[in-house]
Every structure is written in structure tokens, then in C-alpha cells.
Design a binder for this molecule. Structure first.
Ligand SMILES: Cc1cc2nc3c(=O)[nH]c(=O)nc-3n(C[C@H](O)[C@H](O)[C@H](O)COP(=O)(O)O)c2cc1C
Ligand code: SF4
Length: 467
């Protein structure tokens, strides 16, 4: 994985590729991954040396562990914010004698890199959280589904797991709990964003193509190989490791009543100090902007492309489930940025990542890109008009309501937000007074004219544009 790509590095990279230079001879600093922790709270500071050991934690009954998570009010950090204890309880209650715990480390949302750092620095806390979950729901098998681009973390994560097996934290009678057998395997993803969606992830784990499943049944009822399966985000499990030691009430005392605990933000874009910032939930966007040295802010994309675009005028709003929820990305855009182009870039991302299973998403994401391209190149034949903007609203409605999974449902989020807050960026491109098709049929016939050697008026659909 090559990091910190800028124009100079891309040029140098291209030179090496054209010269056929073997990868082993490329500059080592290109592969250097910097954690960039700027503000650490509970999770990024790690477990304290005097924290109870995992065996001491697991000596408590599964019900007590589950009750502590319920008391904490912890909600999943993967995006949807589902209450963790409710998910675990549903898995525990589901019929079946084998249960599975999966840690979702696919981290494919553009602008998010917090799970990578948690795994690099605090893998033990993540594996502790998975083991607590396994004990609470009665699972025997765990998987860490690791984003393919994080392959470089594999050796150190395997080493942590090997150490934990040697310490008796995994395996038969794990943590000294007689009859509790639990182990964790690592499964590498292959770069598909949709595989972060939990049912697509499970398909991929089973060795199939990663397409989202029809629900119900939900993974907690029938997940991996039809077994009740809990899927949680890396940060969720890291939080569990702390909650299991310090108690649910302690976690519930951080943040707000509806959004307990801390949240890690991957800050990037137009700011002086990008990196990871951990705050209690309920922290205003303005504070994060001030801390990361953002100036002349136009907007912040919170939660990545599938999240929301918040204009600077609303920076007083808080990152919390009841206000602006976030899966972790925090991308700052100053006034030099064209937010129409930002939305167009995100639209291309969703069209590229659509798995193609359902038509509204497969076709709809592509149609959104075409309309935005038409607006972007609005001049001459095919000029965009207000009609094209109307069609974008229609496509947003179709995608939001008619697609099978969250990818399609959220694909128009950047579009909707930027049209609402930065409508002028669209309106100034809709210059034509009435609709003009973006296909020039006469121009399309030019190859036929060349083949037949004709260029007379009769070979044209309209005579004023010979080609
Ligand atoms: C297209 C798509 C991509 C997703 N990517 C991720 C991801 O990379 N990591 C993640 O934890 N959750 C991701 N999710 C959410 C998961 O489906 C699931 O809700 C989450 O892993 C549950 O964990 P939590 O309860 O701890 O939040 C994605 C969802 C969708 C629709
Ligand atoms: S919404 Fe898109 S990504 Fe999701 S199942 Fe349908 S085609 Fe696949």
C-alpha cells in the first residue's frame, strides 16, 4: 500500500512503473503508514496497566456481561448505531447450538482510517471485546474480516492471536472458563466496499461473491453458515473491552444520554493537523474544526460519502446519534473546493462500488453520474437545464427508497445535501432554458456517414450541423 499520494509522488510512481523498476526497489518511505493520533481519549489511550485481566472479566456470568453492555448504552460504531446489547441478546436467543462473532474491519468508507489504527495499536482490546461478546452470546468461533488494503497488518495481528493462544486467552477453556472454547481467525477482504455491509461480508466469509443477503433472516438469526452471528465494528469491540472492565454506568456517564461514550474521528482534508481525534459523543463540529486547524471552512462531510455534508453555518451541531451521526470520517472542505465536483466524485465512487444485484442501484447510480457529468460539461449540445436537476431529485428518491442495501440507499446522500446547501453550484451549471438531450443523434451517425462516404443534407438528421 502506497501512502500519502500527492501529485509529485504519483509522477514519481508513474516513472518507476514505466521504467519497469521492481517494487522492492521503490522508496521505503512510500509504504510508511503513519497513525496520526492527534487527540486520544479512552479508546486511543488504551487499557490502563491496572485494568482487570480478561480472565477476571470473564469470570462473571454471560448475563452480567450482557447487562453491563446494556447499561452502557453502547451503540454500534459501524454506521447504523444499532444498540449493541440488543444485537447480542437477539443472537443469544436465536435457535442453534453454534454461534459466531465477527469483527467488521473492512473499513472501506472513504476518509475513514480509525479502525486501522485501533488494530495497529490496540489489537488486544479489540480481541478482548470479541471474546467478551463470544462469552455473552455463547459463541465458539470468531472472525476478523480485515480490509484487503490492510494486509500489511496481518503478520502483527496473527502474532497477537498466537500470543493470546499461548496465554490461554483463546482456545479450549479460554481465559480459564471451563467449557468456554473460543478462537479467532483472520479473513482478508478483496477490496469491495459493499463487503463492509454485514450480510455481504458473511457471504464473502463463506467464500462466495460479496452481495448483500435478503433480510430477514438477520445475521443474528442466521448468519455465517446459517448460524446466529454477531457482526460488530472494530471500535464497538474496543469499547466493549473498556466497558467490561470499568462498568456500563461509567461509559454511560460519557457523552450524551442517547449517545454514550467516545467516538473516534478520522479527520482529513483542508486542515492543518489531519489525523485521529477522539471525543465524547455530543462534541460540536466547530470544536473539532478548531482543534484540527481548519480555516475558511465551507463544509464538512461527516461519516464519509454515505454520511452527511454539513455546511460551515451549521458547525454548532454536535456529532451524536440524535444530531449528526457519524461512522468516523470527518472530511473538511474549504472555500477553494467546488462541492458540486465533490458530490460528482462521490457519485462515481458509488456507481463503481454498486454490486449490481438490484436494478435501482446498478442503473440509478450510473444515471446519477451521467446527469452530473452533463451538468459538469454543460455547454453546446446537451447543455443541462433545470429539468436535469429535477431528474437528480427523482433519482435520489428512487435510490433512497427502492434499493436493497445501505449502499444504494445512501448513494445520493452527498448529492442531496449539496443540492440543499449549495444549490447555486448546480443552478449555475443548468444554463439551458429547456431540456436538451445529452445524446447528439446526428453526431452518433457520423461513423455511418464515413462508411458510406456521404455528407449531403439527406445523410443528416438536421442539415445545419454537418460532421
Ligand atoms: C455499503 C456498506 C458498507 C459498510 N461498511 C462497513 C465497514 O466498513 N465497517 C463496519 O463496521 N460497518 C460497515 N457497514 C455497516 C455494517 O453493515 C454493520 O451495520 C456493522 O458492521 C455493525 O456493527 P456495529 O453494530 O458495531 O456498528 C457497512 C454498511 C453498508 C451498507
Ligand atoms: S443497493 Fe447496490 S450494492 Fe446494495 S444490493 Fe443493490 S446493487 Fe448491490
Amino acid at each position: 500500500m502506497i501512502t500519502r499520494l500527492d501529485p509529485a509522488r504519483v509522477d514519481a510512481l508513474a516513472d518507476l512503473l514505466f521504467a519497469g523498476t521492481p517494487v522492492e526497489q521503490w522508496p521505503v518511505e512510500w509504504f510508511e503508514v503513519v497513525d496520526g493520533v492527534q487527540r486520544a481519549d479512552v479508546l486511543l489511550s488504551g487499557l490502563t496497566a491496572d485494568a482487570p485481566t480478561l480472565p477476571a472479566v470473564l469470570a462473571q456470568s454471560p448475563q452480567v456481561l450482557l447487562d453491563e453492555v446494556a447499561t452502557s448504552g453502547l451503540r454500534g460504531r459501524g454506521g447504523a448505531g444499532f444498540p449493541t446489547a440488543r444485537k447480542w441478546q437477539a443472537c443469544r436467543d436465536a435457535a442453534g447450538d453454534r454461534r459466531i462473532v465477527v469483527c467488521n474491519a473492512d473499513e472501506g468508507e472513504p476518509g475513514t482510517f480509525k479502525d486501522r489504527v485501533l488494530l495497529a495499536r490496540h489489537a488486544d482490546a479489540v480481541f478482548d471485546g470479541m471474546t467478551v461478546a463470544a462469552r455473552a452470546v455463547g459463541a465458539q468461533q470468531g472472525f476478523l474480516y480485515l480490509r484487503g488494503e490492510y494486509r500489511f497488518l496481518l503478520p502483527q495481528l496473527e502474532a497477537v492471536l498466537a500470543r493470546r493462544r499461548a496465554q490461554g486467552l483463546l482456545g479450549h477453556d479460554a481465559c480459564g472458563v471451563v467449557g468456554f472454547g473460543f478462537d479467532i481467525d483472520i479473513h482478508l477482504g478483496a477490496g469491495a466496499y459493499v463487503c463492509g455491509e454485514e450480510s455481504a461480508l458473511i457471504e464473502s466469509l463463506e467464500g462466495k461473491r460479496g452481495t448483500p443477503r435478503i433480510r430477514p433472516p438477520f445475521p443474528v438469526q442466521a448468519g455465517y453458515l446459517g448460524r446466529p452471528t454477531v457482526v460488530n465494528n472494530v471500535e464497538t469491540f474496543a469499547a466493549v473491552a473498556h466497558i467490561a472492565r470499568r462498568g456500563g454506568a461509567w461509559w454511560a456517564g460519557i457523552g450524551t444520554a442517547q449517545s454514550t461514550g467516545t467516538k473516534i474521528h478520522s479527520v482529513s482534508g483542508d486542515c492543518a493537523w489531519p489525523g485521529l481525534y477522539e471525543y465524547p459523543l455530543g462534541t460540536p463540529i466547530a470544536q473539532i474544526l478548531a482543534d484540527c486547524g481548519a480555516r475558511d471552512v465551507q463544509a464538512v462531510q461527516v461519516g464519509g460519502p454515505s454520511g452527511s455534508c454539513v455546511p460551515a453555518s451549521e458547525a454548532g451541531r454536535a456529532i451524536a446519534f440524535e444530531d449528526v451521526p457519524s461512522a468516523g470520517a470527518f472530511m473538511v472542505f474549504d472555500h477553494t473546493r467546488d462541492l458540486f465536483e465533490v458530490a460528482r466524485h462521490f457519485a462515481r465512487f458509488f456507481a463503481h462500488e454498486s454490486c449490481g444485484l438490484c436494478t435501482p442501484c446498478r442503473v440509478g447510480t450510473e444515471l446519477v453520474v451521467r446527469r452530473l457529468d452533463k451538468l459538469a460539461h454543460a455547454r453546446g449540445a446537451g447543455s443541462a437545464s433545470a429539468f436535469d436537476i429535477e431528474r437528480l431529485h427523482d433519482l435520489d428518491t428512487v435510490l433512497h427508497s427502492g434499493t436493497h442495501c445501505g449502499l444504494g440507499a445512501s448513494a445520493c446522500n452527498p448529492l442531496r445535501d449539496t443540492m440543499r446547501h449549495f444549490g447555486a453550484a448546480y443552478a449555475q451549471r443548468a444554463t439551458a432554458s429547456q431540456f436538451q438531450p445529452d445524446v447528439d443523434l446526428d453526431a452518433e451517425l457520423s461513423s455511418a456517414r464515413r462508411a458510406t462516404g456521404r455528407s449531403d443534407a439527406g445523410a443528416h438528421l438536421h442539415t445545419d450541423t454537418p460532421t
